[in-house]
Design a protein around this ligand. Structure first.
Ligand code: SAH
Length: 402
């Protein structure tokens, strides 16, 4: 491992690094020693000169360096990287009993800052989002192939995070064969199609696995009274719709702005042997559609709201809060007594407490009696590092209308 320089921090700025927070902002750096380039390894030093961490340098970003190792004697060389990848993959091994769609490496939470790897059956899909991960791309990919025995790797390194690191977007097959237009994966026995080339994220919302399962259980519970009616807003390819139908929902309305996602959803519906008459697919703006449903006097026993990230950063929190309030308020008005609402936010900038406050405000304004009976998160293959609370993004609440 070649060390290209040092970062000397301003007094006091060593505190978060000592608590193993991996991020060092430009404002924390007093001086750079040597001439490190993008992705190079640097030694991080406190103002008193003491050694703190091995970090990867990102000169283009305000997030100037990300720490990979906090042990001086454990520099992040190829063997170190291989061991981390191997350990991350091994921690997920038990998930193969329920699914072959798994997030194998989740960046900072697995000690590999900016490196994401998902597995869909025999296909690996990666997102390389930091200068450090980019500079160590070959070592990361070798380790991943070695740890999984999968030889096909598709790169979906696009998006804003990578851009902030001064890295161009890349997308394409980087190891093995081209992926088929639709890959088939199974989750708790349900069949899903995944388009790793063009689908959202790396093709599928792997993170909602446990919540899809919950939606199925709730539909089954409701079915004991009568077959529930389900509304899935921001449905994408209908993961929650399928889950509810397999749990016994009799009428499932899925709303999404993307016609392509809905076409994909319909194909999956058929793949799972579900009769088409149980489903309605509506291409619409969910904000407007919720109002229209209300105007038409519609009512549902199970509602899922899983919108895209409304707050891209802290600057957008207020506007995002209004948007969350709006959809939750209108959804709550459509919820039948005894019904359940699963409501989510995947905005990292909106914390669990704030989200709960927004939804509580919507409950009051909707004038419905509701209990919160659960807090929902991403599945365990999307862990959160206790040292890096910024890694938390997906949060949900499970409400029951009285
Ligand atoms: N619940 C999905 C993931 C949702 S992702 C799952 O579990 O798979 C967010 C979805 O919202 C995307 O499919 C996107 O097309 C859709 N979307 C974004 N803005 C929208 C809007 N204003 N109205 C309806 N759908 C929207």
């Amino acid at each position: 491992m070649k060390v290209a320089g040092e970062l000397h921090l301003k007094p006091g700025k060593e505190r978060s690094v000592k608590r193993r927070h991996p991020w060092i902002y430009d404002t924390a750096v007093a001086r750079v020693g040597g001439r490190p380039s993008s992705g190079d390894w640097v030694a991080v030093h406190a103002a008193d000169g003491s050694w703190l961490a091995w970090a990867a340098y990102a000169p283009a970003s305000t997030l100037r360096a990300r720490c990979w190792s906090f042990a001086e004697k454990e520099p992040p060389d190829e063997d170190w990287i291989a061991a981390r990848v191997q350990a991350a993959v091994a921690r997920r091994a038990h998930l193969s009993a329920v699914t072959d769609a798994v997030r194998l490496v989740f960046g900072e939470a697995d000690g590999l800052p900016g490196f994401i790897a998902d597995r869909y059956a025999d296909q690996l899909v990666v997102q390389i989002q930091s200068a450090g991960a980019e500079a160590n791309r070959a070592a990361l990919l070798d380790a991943l192939v070695q740890a999984t025995g999968c030889h096909n790797v598709f790169d979906r390194s696009e998006g804003a995070t990578r851009q902030r690191e001064g890295l161009p977007p890349v997308s394409g097959c980087i190891r093995g064969a081209q992926p088929p237009p639709a890959l088939t994966v199974h989750e708790h026995g349900v069949r899903f199609r995944v388009d790793v080339r063009r689908g959202q994220k790396t093709g599928f919302y792997i993170d909602q696995r446990d919540n899809r399962r919950l939606a199925r259980e709730l539909a089954a519970r409701l079915s004991q009274q009568r077959p529930p009616r389900m509304l899935n807003c921001f449905s994408y390819t209908g993961g929650f719709s399928l889950a509810a139908a397999l749990g016994g929902a009799a009428d499932v309305l899925s709303i999404d702005a993307s016609a392509e996602a809905l076409a994909w959803a319909q194909a999956q519906w058929a793949d799972n042997g579900l009769p088409p008459q149980l489903a309605r697919w509506q291409q619409a703006d969910a904000f407007a559609a919720l109002r229209e449903l209300r105007g038409a006097g519609a009512s549902f026993d199970l509602i899922v709201l899983d919108p895209p990230k409304f707050a891209a950063s802290h600057q957008h929190v207020e506007r995002a809060a209004r948007a969350y309030k709006d959809i939750n308020l209108n959804a709550l008005r459509l919820l039948a007594p005894g019904g359940y609402l699963l409501t989510f936010s995947c905005s990292g900038a909106i914390g669990v407490e704030l989200f709960q406050k927004i939804v509580a405000g919507a409950v009051i304004d909707a004038r419905v009696d509701c209990q919160m009976i659960g807090r929902l998160t991403a599945g365990e293959d999307h862990p959160l590092s206790m040292a890096h609370p910024e890694g938390e993004y997906l949060k949900g609440l499970l409400l029951r209308r009285l």
